[in-house]
Design a protein around this ligand. Structure first.
Ligand SMILES: [Zn+2]
Length: 193
């Protein structure tokens, strides 16, 4: 077990801690990270890790500023907390680990989620261009190692706001796929809450 100590659950909302309140709170934190990425000229994606209802940390995508294909919000979290997460899994293989992310994870980050035994992924906005979770969850051809560890996946919290950030990003013309991103997410926006 490494030395990272998770922070205690950081808040109460009118003394009510329903699961919906908890999800909304952490997705809001992730969305603030996404806004910071947008200001820095990066893909506007933020993520939060919660372990047994303890807040572990937050990160944001910085692939452009880092000139790195692995500087995705989710991967940065896993890189930072991997030894800790291995320790908590060995201590309790049934421990709850939740990843909140403002955009459907790519194949790299979804793969890392499985390897880190994430129990549940809460996603704000689907990514029809690069998201892999829905495809992966339905694919019966994956090996037993993966099949037995596919996290529970939920979409929808703050989806429209995350989508709007991606549209703003596409208008900046930073990504070589800006035009495609703009078309995809403007079409998607009308379908989201
Ligand atoms: Zn990713």
């Amino acid at each position: 077990m490494n030395k990272i100590k998770p922070k205690r659950f950081p808040f109460t909302i009118n003394n009510v801690q329903s699961n919906d309140d908890i999800d909304m709170f952490f997705m809001s934190v992730a969305l603030e990270e996404a806004k910071t990425s947008l200001k820095c000229g990066d893909f506007p994606i933020g993520a939060v890790l919660v372990d047994e209802y303890h807040y572990l940390g937050k990160e944001r995508s910085s692939a452009f500023t880092d000139t790195s294909w692995v500087s995705h919000a989710e991967m940065k979290l896993f890189s930072k907390y991997s030894p800790y997460l291995l320790g908590t899994y060995r201590a309790n293989p049934n421990r709850y680990l939740c990843l909140y992310t403002t955009m459907e994870p790519c194949i790299m980050c979804f793969g890392a989620s499985i390897l880190h035994r994430v129990s549940r992924i809460v996603i704000a906005c689907p990514d029809p261009n690069a998201g892999i979770s829905s495809v992966f969850a339905c694919n019966s051809n994956v090996g037993i190692f993966y099949k037995s560890r596919v996290p529970k996946i939920e979409f929808g919290i703050l989806g429209k706001r995350s989508c709007a950030l991606m549209i703003e990003f596409s208008k900046m013309g930073i990504s070589e796929s800006s035009e495609n991103i703009y078309k995809t997410f403007t079409a998607l926006e009308a379908t989201l809450k």
